[in-house]
Design a protein around this ligand. Structure first.
Ligand code: ZN
Length: 429
């Protein structure tokens, strides 16, 4: 039998397990793992553990004690399942986050119902990323059943808190050695990037809070005070006239999607100056005060061609310029969060393997993309020091976090075929 013939024959078993794949996806959606606050993590980890233990995976349940949000009420549970092959060899790890974001408004289906309508399964987390988790489980199970003598090992993890930074999930596991290149050689994260795309990495992130300071006084005599909001206005003016145009010039060779993110960007997340916003049911008037503080949080996304130190220096230089030109101006800069950009080489083993599998299953060349925002690959790269990592999974990225989020069953089957073929390739079966 030809190589393609063999490939098709064994992956046909995935299509034969369509009902099982649907039921698994629905079960996962029906466990409402909302984050924040981090609901039902133990329940979903126990569900995954029971399923994979029955298929002779070794199970480790790992609570990320002391990480942000971890408490006895909302413990940060993770599950890592490992199935050893007959002989030693490489390990392929599928990592999925188990948490989902808030439901929000505008749903016409039950967000935790897992309804199947016209070949699509609806629910919060269906696309991002319980559909991908289910597809990877079916792919691994079919591969093991059809290649019982495989060499190496397969791991499947369900991890907490990706939507809030991943500190109680992949970051914690990486610190505990779960992504040590001695233990794991190839990682596939089944995030919803579309079944014909290989996501190589993501841009970098730098978050900072800038505060301008003033002097409080009566609002009828502002000349007796010093308005921190006007000082911030001077910072904004400098952003508009120098920083934003400079960022637009910084184009990247990273294949970031969407196209608009193929450059450096900066969002102003929030701004607050002066007295606190009143409670919604407060009916009184504000008082007359000159604001003595104004705070702004910026979310700067940077490209692999930039030096992270320059990202910070650019903002500091701008603030220093305003400081030199403007009487009474003083500021504080507090860095809140920093993530380096990461991009796996197109010739890395996992990229080549998944690309070949996409060509076989979908009869087309894959598109290589880079995510505008970060995901758990950052921790696998930075803490785990494991470079052979991509995101690949079913689902349409734009549907993530939207009302009436869904995942297509055919897309899950196709991407499960790609994952199973990649297992065969990477494990040399
Ligand atoms: Zn996700």
């Amino acid at each position: 039998m030809s190589e393609t013939g063999t490939a098709v024959a064994f992956t046909d078993e995935i299509a034969a397990r369509r009902d099982e794949l649907i039921a698994l996806t629905q079960d996962l959606i029906r466990i409402p793992t909302l984050n924040p606050p981090g609901e039902a993590y133990l329940e979903i980890c126990e569900y995954l553990a029971a399923r994979l233990r029955a298929r002779r995976f070794d199970i480790e349940m790992v609570r990320a004690f002391g990480t942000p949000g971890d408490s006895d009420k909302y413990p940060r549970w993770n599950v890592v399942a490992r199935r050893e092959g007959r002989m030693t060899g490489a390990c392929v790890h599928f990592n999925s986050h188990i948490d989902v974001v808030e439901v929000g408004h505008g749903w016409t289906t039950d967000p935790f119902g897992g309804e199947l309508i016209d070949g699509k399964i609806y629910g919060r987390g269906s696309c991002d990323m319980k559909g991908g988790l289910a597809a990877s489980i079916i792919a691994a199970e079919v591969f093991i059943d059809t290649h019982p003598d495989f060499a190496g090992a397969i791991e499947i993890s369900g991890t907490a808190d990706e939507e809030t930074g991943g500190y109680g999930g992949v970051a914690y596991l990486a610190e505990k050695g779960f992504f040590d290149p001695q233990r794991v050689q190839h990682v596939i994260i089944p995030e919803p990037l579309n079944k014909d795309r290989v996501c190589l990495g993501h841009r970098g992130v730098w978050w900072a809070e800038i505060e301008t300071r003033g002097h409080i006084a009566h609002g009828s005599m502002p000349f007796l005070g010093d308005c921190a909001v006007r000082h911030m206005g001077a910072v904004l003016r400098e952003f508009e006239t120098s920083l934003y145009p400079a960022l637009a010039e910084k184009r990247t060779a990273m294949p970031v999607v969407p196209e608009g993110a193929r450059q450096s960007t900066m969002n102003i997340n929030s701004m607050h100056g002066g007295q606190a916003e009143p409670e919604p049911d407060f009916t009184g008037f504000p008082s007359a005060c000159v604001p003595d503080s104004c705070r702004m949080v910026v979310d700067r996304r940077y490209i692999i061609e930039e030096d992270p130190e320059d990202v910070r220096r650019e903002v500091v230089d701008l603030l220093e310029k305003v400081s030199a030109e403007r009487e009474g101006f003083s500021y504080d800069l507090k860095e809140l969060w920093h993530v380096s950009p990461t991009m796996t080489d197109e010739n890395a083993p996992v990229v080549r393997s998944v690309s070949k599998s996409i060509e076989k299953v979908l009869d087309k060349s894959p598109e290589y993309v880079v995510s505008p925002g970060t995901y758990d690959q950052k921790h696998i790269d930075r803490i785990g020091r494991l470079k052979d990592c991509i995101a690949y999974g079913p689902g349409i990225l734009d549907l993530a976090h939207q009302p009436d989020e869904y995942v297509g069953v055919d897309d899950m089957i196709d991407s499960a075929k790609v994952m199973a073929l990649s297992l065969k390739d990477l494990l040399g079966a």
